[in-house]
Design a protein around this ligand. Structure first.
Ligand code: MG
Length: 332
């Protein structure tokens, strides 16, 4: 009898040990409640982005590189990379950047590019993080109907998921906001809203998404839940652009940094520090450019690094180390 009691005790200890092991392996990011479950559908309230509890929120994460066939960055468009960014970087938002008019982009090869976007979107849904579906174009107004058809399909497939954010025009060039970009945006937004009435839509602004002042002067008022794109690369865009962005916020529009880059090849960048202070102060979300191993100042990993995550510090570029530290320590 005593012998059987010992066996029972032994089994009890083993099973308790397993239970404890499981709970101790759960980091905060892997808890039962995902970031999207906690925050729900993102909503614009004045110049703020708020969660389902009405609290102002901001998210930090990564933009993938252009999806174009054979440009290199498309090799990272897989669920393992999304999983790794969430687990190791605490990324809460990723951006799938679908190239449009350049060689190897959507207009050349629709199925392949769309499938890459869907892989990232579905991985983000599985991981419980936000995902931006980005029409990564500099000339979107030349192909409005293609954008309409694409976003109608995305809204049909994914419009019920709180994870989804539509970015309908990455970086317009030096073209008119009121006469070119806004009419394009209204057409695409109308087609999305006919299917998905509520997910956040982000609209690019003139001059590579720096003229947020022009959008602020003539905002979209016939649809709700609209934010405007602000991009910065710290080597070019400094206090003058922060001042312009602050004014746009004060005018009452919400901003979203769907793409930003540091000075490059350095983990020390005082301008990045200034920008991140600005993003924190104003609770503006941001995605770092870019998940790629191209020999270029903004790639987060070194040439030849794994294309499916699992990176050590030695695999990261200095820009990657800088952005990882920011994303990992972002306060939501
Ligand atoms: Mg919806």
């Amino acid at each position: 009898m005593i012998k059987y009691n010992y066996i029972f005790l032994f089994i009890l200890i083993i099973s308790c040990g397993q239970k404890n092991d499981k709970s101790s392996n759960l980091s905060e990011g892997e808890s039962d409640t995902t970031m999207v479950q906690k925050n729900g559908l993102l909503q614009i309230a004045g110049n703020k982005i708020i969660n389902k509890h009405g609290e102002q929120v901001s998210f930090a994460g990564n933009s993938f590189f252009w999806s174009n066939d054979n440009w290199g960055g498309e090799r990272f468009y897989n669920s393992s990379t999304v999983n790794w960014l969430k687990k190791d970087w605490n990324t809460t938002i990723v951006r799938a950047a679908m190239g449009i008019e350049d060689p190897g982009g959507y207009l050349d090869n629709k199925i392949a590019n769309k499938n890459k976007i869907k892989i990232i979107v579905e991985a983000a849904i599985d991981e419980g993080i936000y995902v931006i579906i980005d029409w990564h174009s500099h000339h979107a107004e030349d192909n409005t109907q293609e954008a309409v058809l694409f976003f109608e399909e995305m809204a049909t497939l994914y419009g019920n998921y709180d994870n989804i954010i539509y970015e309908i025009y990455n970086e317009p060039l030096d073209v008119s906001w009121s006469n070119i970009i806004k009419p394009y945006a209204l057409t695409v937004i109308q087609s999305i809203r006919a299917i998905d009435p509520d997910n956040l839509i982000v609209v690019g602004t003139p001059e590579w998404s720096q003229r947020v002042d022009l959008a602020a002067a003539d905002p979209i008022i016939s649809f709700s839940n609209i934010a405007y794109t602000l991009h910065f690369y710290t080597i070019h865009h400094q206090q003058w652009l922060r001042d312009r962005a602050t004014e746009a916020l004060n005018e009452g529009i919400a901003l979203f940094v769907t793409e930003w880059g540091s000075i490059g090849y350095s983990i020390i960048d005082p301008e990045t520090d200034e920008w991140m202070l600005w993003c924190k102060t104003n609770k503006v979300s941001h995605c770092n450019w870019a998940v790629n191993d191209k020999e270029e100042e903004w790639s987060i990993v070194l040439p030849g690094a794994s294309t499916s995550g699992g990176w050590t510090d030695e695999d990261l570029t200095d820009a990657g180390k800088l952005s990882k530290n920011i994303i990992l320590n972002w306060i939501y």
